[in-house]
Ligand binder design. Structure first.
Ligand code: CA
Length: 416
């Protein structure tokens, strides 16, 4: 009986020929040699080797140690490379060559696939924003007056974007409950997750030239899952009036695989109807549907706690791209913009523990492992899987537990 080929995938495999996400990997034999690969089933197709063993006009891009040069090359190149990869895994003429370039996933180390340029995080779920508004501002309106007029966002910290599998050390910082007489310093006691979808910019744009919604496909290379780890106690004390800062910047986890935007064509869906008129640069009533039917699953320690639907997001990624460039701000290759926590209308569709526990916890314990997975519809009933985002909470570093001045009793603020 012939040995099963890794090119023959099980029925329904979400990493089949319609997906073909890009990543960067190394092997045990050559740990310092980072190479671009494409996930196919439970294997990685070594694109570096493919581009050097068979002639490719894009060899210089495919032999780079990150995806950035390929991402910067623009949509026509993305499409040409994708077609070549698809042919490599589906064309019988290439079968023997391709089989030699497939490496089992469990034999590789996956790295952050691109150099993150700027990182922006939005707040696009009406359900999430409403739920959080009620918890953080119980005496005020749940949604701020601007919320339905523009996609609210903030600039995050790109240097702490980490790849799936990276442990997340519990952050320390200041917190102060309203009833506390003074702030205290120490490890966060309200460490949370935020299940999000991230969009990765390939083609840059020029300063002073806004990128409209119609140019979305020209600039966005692909999509990944994002866990925007959040320390709610640090966040609640620091966020007024300038927004998230140290409660968010300690770590943001992303998938090792970037699914090309073109792979999501069959998942396009109209966003929820808007009840407030939008300014022309945000109006999408007569454009291609800007939503994506991505179904996310959140597991903690092996138990599924939520299934947030990305199709419920009020603001689309195309609107977010248009908004963040409408003032003339330029895009760089490697910019990452995340959707904001994905929450749907149902109690089992909420994307963070703050909402799932109505603000009361329990939050993450040391040792807890959080896994985000997702899929969306592809052609002919196929499923397109997004790469998982896995992260385990590690204890706070010892020197952080007492604060910088912990050895000076006079400097220690009163405990709460
Ligand atoms: Ca977030």
């Amino acid at each position: 009986m012939p040995e099963q080929s890794p090119l023959d995938l099980p029925e329904g495999d979400p990493f089949g020929p319609h997906n073909l996400p890009y990543g960067v990997f190394s092997t045990r034999e050559q740990p310092g040699h980072r190479r671009i690969g494409v996930r196919y089933g439970a294997h990685v197709l070594d694109l570096h080797a493919l581009a050097t063993t068979s002639p490719s006009p894009h060899a210089a891009l495919l032999t780079a140690p990150t995806l950035n040069p390929l991402m910067a090359a623009g949509r026509s190149v993305w499409q040409a490379v994708r077609e070549a990869v698809r042919a490599a895994v589906t064309d019988p003429a290439h079968r023997a060559t391709t089989e030699d370039l497939l490496i089992p996933l469990d034999e590789v180390t996956l790295h952050l696939p691109f150099e993150v340029a700027d990182y922006v995080d939005f707040y696009a779920s009406e359900h999430h924003a409403t739920n959080v508004g009620r918890i953080f501002r119980p005496d005020g309106a749940a949604l701020t007056p601007n919320w339905k007029h523009l996609p609210i966002g903030y600039h995050g910290r790109s240097g702490t974007v980490v790849v799936t599998g990276t442990p997340v050390v519990r952050p320390s910082g200041q917190r102060k409950a309203p009833s506390d007489p003074a702030p205290v310093f120490g490890p966060s006691v309200r460490l949370d997750i935020e299940a999000e979808v991230g969009f990765v910019v390939g083609t840059p744009s020029a300063l002073h030239e806004p990128v409209g919604q119609d140019a979305f496909r020209d600039h966005v290379f692909g999509v990944c899952l994002v866990n925007d780890w959040s320390a709610r106690d640090l966040q609640a004390w620091e966020y007024v009036p300038l927004g998230p800062f140290l409660g968010k910047s300690f770590a943001t986890s992303v998938s090792a695989w970037i699914t090309p935007l073109d792979a999501l064509d069959h998942a396009r869906t109209a966003p929820p109807s808007r009840d407030v008129p939008l300014l022309p640069y945000l109006d999408d009533a007569r454009r291609e549907p800007g939503g994506f039917d991505i179904r996310i699953q959140v597991d903690i320690n092996g138990e599924t706690i939520s299934r947030p639907p990305f199709s419920a997001m009020y603001w689309t990624a195309a609107q977010q791209l248009a908004h963040m460039t409408v003032n003339g701000a330029s895009l760089r290759t490697g910019d990452l913009f995340a959707s904001g926590t994905v929450s749907g209308p149902e109690p089992d569709q909420l994307g963070c523990l703050l909402e799932l526990t109505k603000g009361g916890g329990p939050y993450l314990q040391d040792g807890d492992e959080v896994v985000l997975t997702a899929w969306c519809p592809g052609p002919d009933g196929a499923r397109i899987g997004l790469g998982e985002v896995r992260g385990r909470v590690a204890p706070a570093h010892a020197e952080s537990t007492g604060g910088p001045a912990a050895d000076d009793p006079a400097a220690v603020p009163p405990a709460s």
